[in-house]
Write a protein that binds this ligand. Structure first.
Ligand SMILES: Cc1ncc(COP(=O)(O)O)c(C=O)c1O
Length: 395
């Protein structure tokens, strides 16, 4: 990987040290240019005409996404963000009183509140799958929990609050064998590691553009296994996803595009296409290896800082690194880093409340290096953290 070239193509590295790639990564130049060009075209000839002119390029976005996920373009829908994609899938599933959802303990907050709302509406039961001794969601426990009332298995592959990589393919093997729909939140996985929906055996998979893929904000996507098209309708439809054929009848699009709506941010989606091609060109294996190497070194160095506790659980760890300090608040670290233009985020318990409660976590500092970050940048982070700790007078 030619890091120097990749950094040259990333204007943001000149102005900030972005270590919040799990939140929003810096866009490379081709992603910025694709959006800028479309915005200018819209200004010149109008939005509808601009979309018509770029129809071929827009179709190519589905091809690139299909390549990234190991599927066919007709299994894909473009959405506004990952949560939107997830909601379209989830709210399309019908639940009767007593039906069960089996989910991970570190399930993402947005997903869990939707479970709770659906529980209020339908009387379903939510059961969290216990973790194994490493802190990962346990496929053996999942298998033991399954009965005829289980209507959905929902897993967050990489939770928002740590480096954990859950065994998503093992879950998929069980879900497929037991014929239970499997909804996989891959938001923090896509773009930082290889993702193949056939290997994962998932029925729905959701992802975001702005995180590890380095695409624009306001982009997301949904993969739908063709078998699900016969079983469920999208949680919401419009007259594009479903054609209004007669006063009392609509007909859903034959493909996953039934999950899309008419209005779309074409410029952002073209930017997403550029981001997908950029990631594919570098290669997801190489990206995974570099990200994990940086993150692993960082964990080792953080653990040496007085009072710092690295909080990542699990056997397989990825590019998210979280820590807290015996005496210093996570917010104080974030603002102390922000003063010198180092971006990190603070992950709060409500991002994965069951996990936070079970492990006694409060706010954590989340550092998420991408392949375009360097060891030298990590050293700048560590030096600044060291300074924050010493200046606080904490032991
Ligand atoms: C695990 C996980 N799932 C879903 C999301 C939601 O993504 P979006 O903000 O694009 O809806 C996030 C965002 O941080 C996340 O960490």
């Amino acid at each position: 990987m030619d890091i120097e070239r990749l950094r040259d193509e990333t204007p943001g590295v000149a102005t900030c040290l972005n270590l919040n790639n799990a939140g929003t990564a810096l866009m490379p130049r081709p992603v910025i240019e694709a959006q800028r060009a479309h915005l200018l075209l819209e200004a010149e000839i109008g939005g509808q005409a601009a979309a018509a002119e770029r129809a071929g390029e827009l179709e190519a976005v589905y091809l690139s996404l299909a390549k990234l996920l190991g599927t066919r373009p007709n299994t894909l829908a473009l959405t506004m963000n990952a949560t939107h994609a997830w909601q379209l899938a989830f709210y399309g599933i019908r639940f009767e009183p007593g039906d069960r959802i089996l989910t991970s303990r570190a399930e993402y907050g947005a997903n869990y509140v939707a479970f709770l709302q659906m529980q209020k509406r339908s009387g379903l039961v939510i059961d969290a799958i216990p973790d194994d001794e490493s802190g990962a969601s346990d496929p053996n426990a999942l298998e033991d929990m399954i009965d005829e009332r289980v209507k959905l298995i929902a897993l967050t592959w990489v939770p928002t609050n740590g480096g954990l990589v859950n065994p998503a393919a093992a879950f998929g093997e069980i879900a497929r064998r037991r014929d239970i729909p499997y909804l996989l939140d891959a938001c923090q996985a896509v773009g930082q590691m290889p993702v193949n929906v056939e290997d994962l055996q998932c029925d729905f998979l959701t992802g975001a553009g702005r995180k590890w893929l380095r695409g624009p904000r306001g982009t997301g996507f949904l993969y739908v296994h063709p078998g699900m098209l016969e079983k469920f309708e999208p949680g919401m439809i419009d007259h594009t996803g479903a054609r209004w054929r007669a006063p009392e009848r609509y007909e859903l699009q034959p493909t996953a595009r039934r999950y899309e709506s008419y209005e779309r941010a074409v410029g952002l989606q073209l930017g997403l296409g550029a981001a997908l091609n950029y990631a594919l060109e570098i290669g997801l294996d190489a990206i995974r290896d570099r990200v994990r190497e940086l993150a692993s070194r960082l964990r080792g160095e953080l653990a040496k800082l007085p009072g710092v506790r690295v909080r990542d659980a699990g056997r397989e760890l990825c590019g998210i690194v979280t820590f807290d300090h015996e005496d210093i608040d996570a917010a104080a670290f974030r603002s102390g880093l922000g003063e010198v233009s180092i971006q990190v985020s603070v992950t709060t318990p409500d991002g994965a409340l069951l996990d936070a409660r079970a492990r006694g976590l409060s706010d954590l500092v989340r550092v998420s290096p991408h392949y375009y970050n360097t060891q030298a940048e990590l050293q700048i982070l560590l030096d600044r953290l060291d300074q924050i700790v010493s200046e606080s007078g904490a032991s």
